[in-house]
Design a protein around this ligand. Structure first.
Ligand code: C2O
Ligand code: CU
Length: 497
């Protein structure tokens, strides 16, 4: 892939999915809501002019799938149908929990990452269904404007299904955001980033471990970077302000994005919507699952080529036109985000992030609080209460931790002494608490828990009672037990566990 000519393919923009009909909302039969249908299919797509079409599994007939766009407060129904083949084309590890050899190879279940939905529509990993089947989910969309994303969430093979291409963007809009007069239409561009590896014939190449019968690898990282499904695309743009909605849809890759010969980014939003105020930055960092909403002002770059890069590698090129136009003003004050107070928390949970190594020092599995997926539920927050979750990362990796259903705020990060912790289970801090980064000052749903640090988040468990999951968004970790169920329980007057 190194020898490919850069910037020969135009950046594709996933089309916005249309609903063809309205249907009654289950449980509220008087209400007719837009009904969407999206089928998961095997497709072939061109990732580059000089590469033969690549097999993907995608939603609809493009990779990535179409964008679903909704208005806050307007519920929709989506029928997710599995029209995939009966055999998987990527290496399933039957030793992983939930991917045993007696199960069908091709299984799917769709989760909308960041959506506030009832448990039955959340895409619980064990509620998968096979080729030829479908499921209809309801999305109430009672939440602030933000870019969410839909993706597969099947137990034990999620990393393979997403790697195969099963994801797309889900954009929530609202009146508040509309009144900010942000760049819209052709001036708002979603950038869905992921890394992949390809073989010589242009087909997806997912690595396997050298261990017989146990192909799982602890992390995938590839040498080819796709932006909206293309390698090194270009976009013809005006010398104006653009709003880029960036999503890191990689399995395990962290991005450090910057613009070569370009302006700084003005970050205006993160995972769960707008920041309280715009923040200027040279580099936008995104872990798998995270999103950034940024404004780039290309007016000073008239007639130039601006390259979006990850570290020093080019990802895509913006070709800025020679003419300029009257420009809009981006408000510096965006959506107020009231900081949650630690005093509000009914309890604090200290949860470790661990890796288990075998006798050869290889990572065998990754765990949350030393528990496997199938063990009884241990996190049972009471509905409408606030908790602090304190992630104690004992590993050498950063783990992006995602909680379903809820949005949260990052409190701080703090280094601790690993040796003391492992010996006595006590936290001895070795440095001051570090406040959240400027781009983390808003509502989040995925947080980078840094190596050998305690990362604290504060969460109000609101919306619905029932069973959800929390997990590491490095998909290889998630599939190998770095995922746990949690229950939001009704307020019964009894004390929570
Ligand atoms: Cu983006 Cu549980 O996932
Ligand atoms: Cu992880």
């Amino acid at each position: 892939m190194d020898s490919l000519e850069p910037f020969v393919d135009r950046l594709p923009i996933p089309f916005v999915l249309k609903s063809s009909t309205k249907r009654r909302l289950p449980g509220a039969p008087a209400q007719l809501v837009p009904y969407y249908r999206l089928a998961m299919k095997e497709i072939r797509a061109k990732v580059h002019r000089d590469v033969d079409p690549t097999r993907f599994w995608s939603f609809g007939s493009t990779f990535p799938g179409p964008t679903i766009e909704v208005q806050s407060g307007q519920a929709i129904l989506v029928e997710w149908s599995n029209e995939l083949p009966h055999k998987h084309f990527l290496p399933i590890d039957h030793r992983l929990h939930g991917a045993e050899a007696f199960l069908p190879e091709v299984r799917t279940v769709v989760h909308v990452h960041g959506a506030r939905v009832p448990p039955a529509s959340d895409g619980y990993p064990e509620t998968w269904y096979t080729a030829g089947k479908f499921r209809t989910s309801v999305y109430p969309n009672n939440q602030d404007a933000a870019m969410l994303w839909y993706h597969d969430h099947t137990m034990g093979i999620n990393r393979l299904n997403i790697f195969a291409g099963l994801f797309g963007a889900y954009v929530v809009r609202d009146r508040f955001e509309a009144e900010l007069n942000l760049p819209a239409g052709e001036f708002e561009i979603p950038l869905i980033l992921c890394d992949r590896a390809f073989d010589k014939s242009g087909q997806l190449n997912y690595p396997v471990s050298p261990r017989e019968g146990n192909p799982w690898v602890p992390e995938f990282s590839g040498d080819a970077f796709l932006v909206n499904g293309k390698l090194l695309p270009f976009a013809d743009v005006a010398a104006k302000k653009y709003r880029l909605r960036i999503l890191n849809a990689s399995n395990a890759r962290f991005f450090n994005l910057s613009l070569e010969n370009g302006p700084d980014f003005q970050q205006i939003g993160s995972d769960q919507g707008l920041l309280p105020k715009a923040v200027s930055m040279k580099t936008v960092r995104l872990a798998p699952g995270e999103r950034a909403d940024v404004i780039v002002d290309l007016a000073p770059c008239r007639g130039e080529h601006v390259v979006l890069r990850n570290d020093f590698l080019p990802l895509m090129q913006f070709r800025v036109s020679k003419t300029s136009a009257i420009e809009r003003v981006i408000p510096q004050v965006l959506r107020p985000v009231g900081r949650m107070k630690e005093l509000e928390a009914a309890r604090t949970r200290v949860l470790s992030l661990d890796e288990v190594r075998n006798d050869f020092g290889e990572v065998e599995t990754a765990l949350l609080n030393k528990r496997h997926w199938h063990e009884p539920v241990t996190e049972q927050p009471v509905i409408n209460t606030v908790e602090i979750w304190s992630f104690v990362n004992t590993t050498d990796d950063t783990h992006p931790i995602h909680l379903h259903l809820v949005r949260f705020q990052v409190l701080d990060r703090r280094a601790f002494d690993l040796y003391t912790y492992e010996l006595t289970n006590k936290l001895e801090y070795t440095g001051p608490a570090v406040p959240p980064e400027p781009g983390e000052e808003g509502w989040k749903d995925t947080v980078r828990a840094f190596s050998q640090m305690v990362t604290r988040i504060i969460v109000r468990f609101e919306g619905y009672t029932g069973r959800y999951v929390w997990h590491c968004h490095i998909l290889e970790h998630e599939d190998n037990d770095m995922m746990r169920p949690f229950d939001i329980v009704p307020n019964s007057g009894l004390r929570s566990r």
